[in-house]
Design a protein around this ligand. Structure first.
Ligand code: G6P
Length: 479
C-alpha cells in the first residue's frame, strides 16, 4: 500500500545551512515542536516539507547539490523530503520582515506604540502584494506533485493566504492551518485595513481545520470572523460556517518533548556548561530566563522586576544571580535592534547599581548557545517567563522538565502556557513589575517540599501533549 502523503509548509524549515571556510555547506537541524512532531510522522508517511531559503547558504543549498543528495526539487532529511524555496529577496523581505514580522506579529501580540504606528499607506499596500506573491509561491510548490487527497499542514501567520489559494485550485486536498501566535481581539485586529482583514480571515478559512495553541486565541479568531465577515459561529462546537462549508477550529496546546529533551540535556556539552556556570555564580540561588531578543517576551520589565527585588529586599543581595540568556532574533527589524539595546542598557545599570567586587547580580548573554540554556534550566531555582502575550511559550514547559531540584515557575498570565501550568506556577500580570518582583521573592523563598511538588505537577502538565501527538491530532482532524 502506498504511504499517505503529507505536505507541510512553514517559513522557517527544519534545517538551516551555513557555508564553511572552504566553500562547502554544512547543515544544522532546527529545534522546535514542529520539527520533532514531524520526525515520527514522516517515517510512516510520504512527507514533503516546503520552507523558505532564509540565508545565502540556504539559497545555495536550494539551487545546488553539495552533498550529492540535493537537487532543485528538494533533498532528504531523515525520512522526509525538504524543498527550500528561493524567493526573490525583495519579495521575501517585504513578506517576512515588513508584513509578517513588523505587522501581523505586532497586531497579534498587541505591540504597537499607537500614537506613532501603524500607518498603512501605499508602501504597505505594495508590501502586501509581495506577501501575497510569497504565499502564492508556497502554494505553487505544494501543488506541484501533491497527490489526490493529500493532507496539507500550513503553519503560522506567514502563510495565512495559502489555504484559500490551494483550495481554489485543488478542492480534493485536506488542508489544515496552524497558528503558533496568539490571535488579536477584534478591537485590535480592526486597525488593519478593511480589505486586508478580510483577505487574511478568508485566506485561513480556506482550510478544513484551523488550529490554535489556546482556547483564548481560537475564540479571538472566531470573534474576528463574526465581527468582520459576519459569519455564523457555532460556539459550542467551535466551528464556523463560511462560503457554504463548515470549518472546524481546534485547540492543540503543544507540550514539551520530555524524552528528547532529557536525552539532549544528558550530553557532555551540557555538563560542561553547567560546571562553567556554577563556577561563575558560586553558591548563589539562580533566577533564569531564556528567550529570543523579542519585544513580546518583556525582557526589560523582567529586569526591572529583578532590580526592584534587589532594591526592596536587600537580603537577596549577594545571594542570588539572574541568568538572562537571549538568542539574537529578527535583527532586520529596527524595533528589535532598539529593544536589544535597551535590554543591554538596563542590565548594565543593574550591575553598576548593585554589583560588588565578588558578586555580579546579573549575567546577560545575547548569543545562541542551546546547551548553555539547557544547563541553566537544570540549575534554576526560579524560572521567569513573563511575556506580554505569547502563543504558548515552550520555555515554561521545558525548564521544569530539566530542573534538577524543582524550580519555581514565575509565569505571565498572558502566555498560552498559563492554561496548562497556571495552577502550579506563580502567575503574574506581565505589566506589573512589583507583582513580578514579589513573585520572584516568593519563588526564591519557597520551602523545598512545596517547590518540588509543584515542579512535579508542572512537568506532568508540560508533557501532556508532546509534539508527535500534537501534530497527529491535527492530521486526525483532517480525516
Ligand atoms: C515564533 C513563530 C515561528 C517562528 C519563531 C522564530 O515562534 O511562531 O513561526 O519561526 O517565532 O522566529 P523567526 O522569525 O526567527 O523564524
Amino acid at each position: 500500500m502506498d504511504k499517505a502523503q503529507i505536505l507541510v509548509a512553514s517559513n522557517r524549515g527544519p534545517v538551516s545551512f551555513s557555508i564553511n571556510d572552504d566553500g562547502s555547506l554544512s547543515h544544522r537541524r532546527g529545534g522546535g515542536g514542529l520539527v520533532s512532531g514531524l520526525s515520527s510522522v514522516a517515517a510512516e508517511n510520504d512527507t514533503l516539507w516546503v520552507c523558505a531559503a532564509l540565508s545565502d547558504a540556504d539559497r545555495t543549498a536550494a539551487a545546488a547539490d553539495p552533498d550529492g543528495r540535493l537537487d532543485r526539487a528538494g533533498f532528504d532529511l531523515g525520512s522526509m523530503r525538504v524543498r527550500m524555496l528561493d524567493i526573490p529577496s525583495a519579495t521575501f523581505s517585504n513578506a517576512y520582515t515588513a508584513v509578517a514580522n513588523s505587522t501581523l506579529w505586532f497586531v497579534h501580540h498587541l505591540l504597537y506604540d499607537t500614537p506613532n504606528k501603524p500607518a498603512y499607506g501605499a508602501a504597505f499596500r505594495a508590501q502586501w502584494e509581495d506577501y501575497r506573491a510569497y504565499n502564492s509561491a508556497f502554494c505553487e510548490a505544494l501543488l506541484t506533485g501533491a497527490s489526490d487527497n493529500a493532507r496539507v499542514a500550513v503553519q503560522d501567520y506567514h502563510l495565512a493566504l495559502v489555504p484559500r489559494m490551494a483550495r481554489g485550485r485543488r478542492p480534493d486536498l485536506r488542508i489544515a492551518h496552524f497558528q503558533h501566535t496568539p490571535w488579536a481581539p477584534p478591537e485590535y485586529f480592526r486597525m488593519l485595513p478593511a480589505e486586508i482583514r478580510r483577505e487574511l480571515l478568508e485566506g485561513m478559512l480556506g482550510a478544513d481545520h484551523l488550529g490554535f495553541l489556546s482556547a483564548r486565541w481560537a475564540d479571538a479568531f472566531l470573534q474576528c470572523c463574526e465581527t468582520f465577515l459576519g459569519s455564523k459561529v457555532n460556539w459550542d462546537k467551535r466551528s464556523i460556517e463560511y462560503g457554504g462549508r463548515v470549518i472546524e477550529v481546534g485547540v492543540h496546546p503543544l507540550g514539551a518533548d520530555g524524552a528528547a529533551l532529557r536525552e539532549r540535556a544528558a550530553a557532555g556539552d551540557v555538563a560542561e556548561r553547567r560546571a562553567a556556570l556554577r563556577e561563575r555564580v558560586g553558591d548563589t540561588k539562580l533566577i533564569v530566563r531564556v528567550d529570543r531578543t523579542e519585544l513580546s517576551k518583556n525582557i526589560v520589565r523582567g529586569l526591572e522586576a529583578y532590580r526592584e527585588l534587589l532594591a526592596t529586599r536587600p537580603e537577596w543581595r549577594g545571594r542570588v544571580t539572574h541568568l538572562a540568556f537571549a538568542y539574537p532574533s529578527r535583527g532586520d527589524v529596527a524595533e528589535y535592534r532598539e529593544y536589544t539595546e535597551s535590554v543591554q542598557r538596563v542590565a548594565k545599570e543593574i550591575n553598576e547599581e548593585f554589583g560588588t567586587a565578588d558578586w555580579t547580580p546579573l549575567i546577560l548573554e545575547v548569543n545562541d548557545d542551546f546547551p548553555r540554556s539547557l544547563a541553566a534550566y537544570q540549575m534554576a531555582d526560579a524560572l521567569l517567563v513573563n511575556p506580554i502575550r505569547d502563543g504558548m511559550n515552550l520555555v515554561a514547559k521545558e525548564g521544569p522538565v530539566l530542573s534538577h531540584d524543582g524550580c519555581v515557575l514565575v509565569l505571565s498570565s498572558e502566555a498560552g502556557a498559563a492554561d496548562e501550568l497556571g495552577s502550579d506556577a506563580l502567575l503574574v500580570n506581565p505589566f506589573d513589575v512589583s507583582e513580578t518582583a514579589d513573585a520572584l521573592h516568593s519563588a526564591l523563598s519557597m520551602p523545598e517540599e512545596q517547590r518540588r511538588a509543584r515542579c512535579e505537577r508542572l512537568v506532568e502538565a508540560a508533557v501532556a501533549l508532546p509534539p508527535h501527538r500534537w501534530f497527529n491530532e491535527q492530521l486526525r482532524a483532517l480525516k
